[in-house]
Design a protein around this ligand. Structure first.
Ligand SMILES: [Zn+2]
Ligand SMILES: [Zn+2]
Length: 305
């Protein structure tokens, strides 16, 4: 399925390649131009190298899980459905306890509450957050955890490389000032010095850009979880409120429906629905956690007989 999506979205493929390139480039610069020259004589070289590579490994593992996991796609019906009698079918669905299910005209199927159609994936996704080109996949009910973990480790890796590069650069400047004039002049002529400074600047820019970018998205993701409202639902509710505001000012216009309200749950319960019921420590690991009963909406359409 991931391969089919790759073929359909060239932007997603470019973002995937850029992600892997940025990660391997950061690792190369940190090991080759920061740790080996600055810390080669101390235990800090292997310590920083191990921790930094562990963070990158977790980053890539979470990214791979977010890319390859099913975000919660609503299955397509095996046979074509007849929607001609939609009103009576909806009534029967409500009688069966399937309230809130809607019909997607593009997928030509029934979809559970909070599912939305993604134009890139060309499928409906349960509790769809958004389509992310950086994982070339939708962020939905089943892979949001991996996506947030990917953001977290990208932020940590950006901050870590930023600190390492700045401290190494400061160390170099101090060394040059402390060294003898002849060696300094020799180093000044050396083309590798410009190369090292070039790598430092590129990695600093990369770390700041990616760092700020993921912090903003990470914050949005947490807000959407604790308010139990995806960005699509936030937008729809805002439009509904606006429409209701304008319709109430003109008495002739029909009354607009109220925005859907979800059951108010504690923030921790909402976070556990995404990250799993285990210890908070496991929230940081890209391990599979079964969705809670409240969200384990049926994979099959509630077809009227
Ligand atoms: Zn659809
Ligand atoms: Zn999508």
């Amino acid at each position: 399925m991931a391969f089919v999506r790759c073929r359909r979205d060239p932007c997603g493929v470019i973002c995937l390649v850029l992600t892997y390139f940025s990660v391997f480039y950061a690792d190369y610069v940190v090991v080759q131009y920061v740790l080996i020259p600055a810390y080669s004589d101390s235990v800090w070289c292997s310590l920083h190298g191990s921790v930094f590579n562990l963070i990158l490994l977790l980053l890539l593992a979470c990214h791979a899980k977010a890319v390859c996991s099913d975000p919660g796609m609503v299955p397509l019906p095996e046979t074509a459905m007849d929607f001609s009698d939609l009103r009576s079918q909806s009534t029967r669905m409500n009688e069966r306890g399937c309230e809130g299910w809607t019909v997607c005209s593009r997928c030509e199927t029934y979809r559970p509450p909070r599912a939305h159609h993604c134009r890139v994936c060309q499928r409906c996704v349960r509790r769809m957050d958004h389509h992310c080109p950086w994982i070339n996949n939708c962020v939905g009910e089943l892979n949001q955890k991996y996506f947030i973990q990917f953001l977290f480790y990208t932020g940590v890796a950006s901050l870590y490389s930023l600190v390492l590069v700045v401290s190494s650069w400061v160390w170099r400047i101090r060394n040059e000032r402390g060294g003898d004039a002849g060696r300094e002049a020799e180093e000044e002529e050396s083309p590798s010095k410009h190369l090292i400074v070039g790598h430092y600047i590129i990695l600093l820019v990369e770390s700041v850009l990616f760092g700020v970018f993921v912090v903003v998205i990470f914050y949005d993701q947490l807000v959407s979880i604790v308010t139990d409202e995806t960005p699509i639902e936030q937008m729809k509710n805002r439009l509904m409120k606006k429409d209701r505001g304008s319709s109430s000012s003109s008495p002739s216009s029909p009354q607009m429906p109220h925005p859907p309200t979800h059951t108010r749950k504690p923030k921790l319960a909402l976070l556990r629905e995404v990250f799993g019921r285990g210890s908070v420590f496991f929230w940081l690991l890209p391990l599979h956690s079964s969705p809670p009963a409240a969200r384990r909406t049926s994979h099959t359409s509630p077809l009227p007989e």
